[in-house]
Design a protein around this ligand. Structure first.
Ligand SMILES: C[S@@+](CC[C@H](N)C(=O)[O-])C[C@H]1O[C@@H](n2cnc3c(N)ncnc32)[C@H](O)[C@@H]1O
Length: 220
């Protein structure tokens, strides 16, 4: 059977098959990205403190961002489709909670989260499903809660059929930050900041985009 592009099962199977190598390869990635760390630190300040509700790292992979937010005092947990990625995350952050699930349908009640980070994970959501994913983010965020997105900038998707010597099937959606911002806005999430940075030479192929948005406080 031909799988539809980036069906949840193909994404899950692809990341399951490369989880160990992925975790090893990207373990120290943030160490070389001071601007990314600065954005995560700002996000941590905005969402920190248990009174604001827990923060979900959606598409947490091996948990590098989850661990970093935890170290900044954020009450954070991770969610990922891939059981093998979650094993890696639990190994590197045994004190944190990691659950298997999809950002397309979160097993969370309305308004319970103080924040959401989706760090290079909406890249696997097909374009037509993005409005529903952002509506889901809006549903689970508390008023005043923040969402931080990281993704590759561009127009043409990248299709990979091999990674770390294994066969996979993944489409990486590159997007226009303005277009993503518009979709967030349509879902009721207002822009706080939009940042782009140049690709790290020899490592990244496109500029990198970061969007910080907020669920408004009604009457606030
Ligand atoms: C490129 S990796 C990024 C992982 C991690 N955030 C990082 O920066 O290292 C994408 C991750 O998103 C997860 N993912 C993709 N689609 C997802 C979905 N619908 N729900 C939850 N996780 C998803 C994948 O399993 C994978 O672990």
């Amino acid at each position: 059977m031909i799988e539809p592009e980036n069906s949840l099962s193909t994404v899950r199977e692809s990341y399951d098959s490369v989880a160990e190598d992925y975790a090893e390869h990207f373990r120290r990635e943030l160490a070389d990205r001071p601007l990314d760390r600065a954005l995560l630190a700002a996000f941590a300040e905005l969402v920190g403190g248990p009174e604001r509700g827990p923060v979900a790292d959606l598409g947490c992979g091996p948990g590098a961002v989850t661990g970093r937010l935890h170290a900044s005092g954020v009450p954070v947990f991770g969610v990922d489709l891939s059981a093998r990625m979650l094993e890696q995350a639990r190994r590197s952050c045994p004190e944190l909670r990691f659950v298997q699930g999809s950002m397309t349908e979160l097993p969370l009640a309305e308004g319970v989260l103080g924040g959401i980070v989706a760090w290079y994970s909406i890249i696997h959501v097909p374009q037509e499903r993005l409005p529903a994913v952002f509506a889901e983010f809006h549903r689970v965020l508390a008023p005043g809660g923040h969402v931080l997105l990281a993704f590759q900038e561009g127009q043409q998707p990248l299709q990979l059929t091999e990674a770390f010597g294994r066969s996979i099937s993944l489409v990486f959606h590159r997007r226009s930050p303005r277009a993503v911002e518009q979709l967030l806005q349509q879902a009721g999430l207002e822009r706080v900041a939009r940042q782009s940075r140049a690709p790290v030479e020899g490592v990244e192929r496109t500029p990198q985009a970061f969007l910080l948005a907020r669920k408004p406080v009604v009457g606030g």
